[in-house]
Design a protein around this ligand. Structure first.
Ligand code: NAP
Length: 283
């Protein structure tokens, strides 16, 4: 059973390869990356590295030769991902890959998250094919709050327009292990997993965790979207990032990241990593 992992040099991909190595032998794992030098540490682990960009259908087809399952980790080039993911799926189908596992976004069919459209496009493309597929709709990574640790240490506050919205985030490691379980289990798998942390936390909970991590009181500055945009712009963030942060907080406020299904802890066989633990590691 040969398992290929795309974006294997990324933060999630690297953790998935490590989690697969706990469950299967290196000769069963193909790490697909676009940058041979960056992939050297993966080759050193004994897995086969194949080089292919998401933009190169021929290289992707070659990279997926003889592969039984592929984990398609969504790319990070916004605006190009729909086509890039289709390239991987087409290559997988042309090589007779038996299952495509895709890292998507939470409740993507109704989500207003700015990242949702390309994930939905990919899910719909998969649904239009005959290939067996599993959707891992990953909630937010705890690690997305790395900059909150820095800001909290500097300012003693967390700026948000998310109101009382909750976030059921988990660590990248948790999501990586779940992907590895789905790729290696003999048990039946679901078509769609809403993978989330066990705890859906509020901004006040985040401030409490940050207080503990940075060792000084951290308060929540809960403002309107307009105020948030104006403050972020005034400290020098570029317009695209400001729009992204404000849009994400609007989605959180509407409850779009709060669904804690238990799917993730049941796949990995343990509780998900507490937010405070990941924030401490980031600090
Ligand atoms: N759930 C969340 O909170 C969350 C947060 C951030 C991102 N994401 C999504 O989850 C994915 C994995 O997360 P991550 O933390 O591992 O992100 P990451 O560290 O930024 O990794 C992204 C990976 O995509 C690869 N990639 C980008 N464009 C490519 C192309 N044209 N051809 C081949 N590979 C390409 C990158 O290759 P290189 O290594 O060569 O750069 C990198 O390995 C992200 O790409 C994004 O879609 C989810």
């Amino acid at each position: 059973m040969t398992i290929a992992v795309t974006a294997a040099t990324g933060q999630l991909g690297t953790l998935v390869v490590d989690a697969l190595l706990q469950r299967t032998t290196p000769d069963q794992i193909v790490a697909i990356a676009r940058d041979a030098a960056k992939a050297e540490p993966l080759a050193a682990k004994g897995v086969e590295v194949r080089i292919a960009s998401y933009d190169d259908p021929t290289a992707l087809t070659d990279a997926l030769a003889g592969v039984d399952q592929v984990l398609l980790i969504s790319g990070n080039e916004f605006g190009k991902r729909g086509q890039q993911h289709r390239n991987v799926i087409d290559a997988a189908i042309s090589q007779g890959v038996s299952r495509v596992v895709y890292t998507s976004a939470p409740q993507v069919d109704t989500s207003t998250l700015p990242v949702a459209p390309e994930h939905l496009e990919t899910e719909q493309y998969l649904a239009s094919t005959d290939v067996d597929h599993v959707l891992l709709r990953n909630n937010w990574y705890h690690e997305n709050y790395a900059s909150s640790v820095e800001t909290a240490a500097a300012t003693g506050s967390v700026l948000t327009s998310a109101g009382d919205g909750r976030v059921a985030s988990a660590s990248r490691q948790d999501f990586a292990e779940a992907a590895a379980v789905v790729l290696t289990t003999d048990a039946p798998v679901k078509r769609v997993y809403e993978l989330a942390g066990d705890v859906a936390w509020t901004q006040a909970d985040l401030a409490t965790a940050l207080t503990d991590v940075v060792g000084k009181p951290v308060e929540v500055a809960n403002v309107s979207s307009e105020e948030q945009a104006s403050i972020l712009t005034s400290v020098g963030l570029d317009a695209g990032l400001v729009d992204f942060i404000v849009a994400v907080d609007a989605s959180i406020k509407q409850g779009e990241l709060e669904l804690a299904t238990g799917d993730l802890s049941s796949l990995i066989g343990r509780p998900t990593t507490p937010l405070a633990e990941s924030l401490r590691a980031l600090a």
